[in-house]
Design a protein around this ligand. Structure first.
Ligand SMILES: Nc1nc2c(ncn2[C@@H]2O[C@H](COP(=O)(O)OP(=O)(O)O)[C@@H](O)[C@H]2O)c(=O)[nH]1
Ligand SMILES: [Mg+2]
Length: 139
């Protein structure tokens, strides 16, 4: 199925200069970048993006991290784009992410911020419905 998905290089990834390298990996995998832009995520956008996590203990740290500096939003198109991007990203916890994945290869020595929020470089939608919803927040 030809699908669109959404991803965002989070402030920790942008601050480390990983935008171009990550975009090259996405394109090299055969996925097409159809839109991309720099932005700093607002509180309101963060609350929309992470609405499903609002009851989690790490929610406030998540909102704080994603709004902490410049991010880079990307919309992607390709056959089975959602699952292909998730595979390319690797596991949520970078310590569990396989070598060759974005989160695995760009893992920091200390994956936690001072207040205990997990840094994992990139967000990616988990289904086409959420991809559409998330892309509409940022494009
Ligand atoms: N501190 C902490 N952060 C987490 C944990 N699980 C998820 N997160 C963060 O919350 C984000 C959203 O979680 P989730 O949707 O489950 O993972 P993703 O879809 O792989 O990004 C993750 O990318 C992490 O930044 C956790 O157990 N502890
Ligand atoms: Mg998720």
């Amino acid at each position: 199925m030809l699908e669109r998905t959404f991803c965002m290089i989070k402030p920790d990834g942008v601050a480390r200069g990983l935008v171009d390298g990550i975009k090259q990996r996405i394109e090299k995998s055969g996925l097409k970048i159809v839109k991309s832009r720099d932005l700093t995520v607002s509180e309101e956008q963060a609350r929309k993006l992470y609405a499903v996590h609002k009851e989690k203990p790490f929610y406030s740290g998540l909102v704080k991290l994603i709004t902490s500096g410049p991010s880079h939003a990307i919309e992607i198109e390709g056959e089975n784009a959602v699952s292909r991007l998730r595979k390319l990203m690797g596991a949520t916890d970078p310590r569990q992410a396989d070598p060759g994945t974005i989160r695995g290869d760009y893992k920091e020595d200390n994956i936690y911020t001072a207040d205990g929020t997990m840094k994992n470089v990139i967000h990616g939608s988990d289904c086409t419905e959420n991809a559409k919803h998330e892309a509409a927040i940022f494009f």
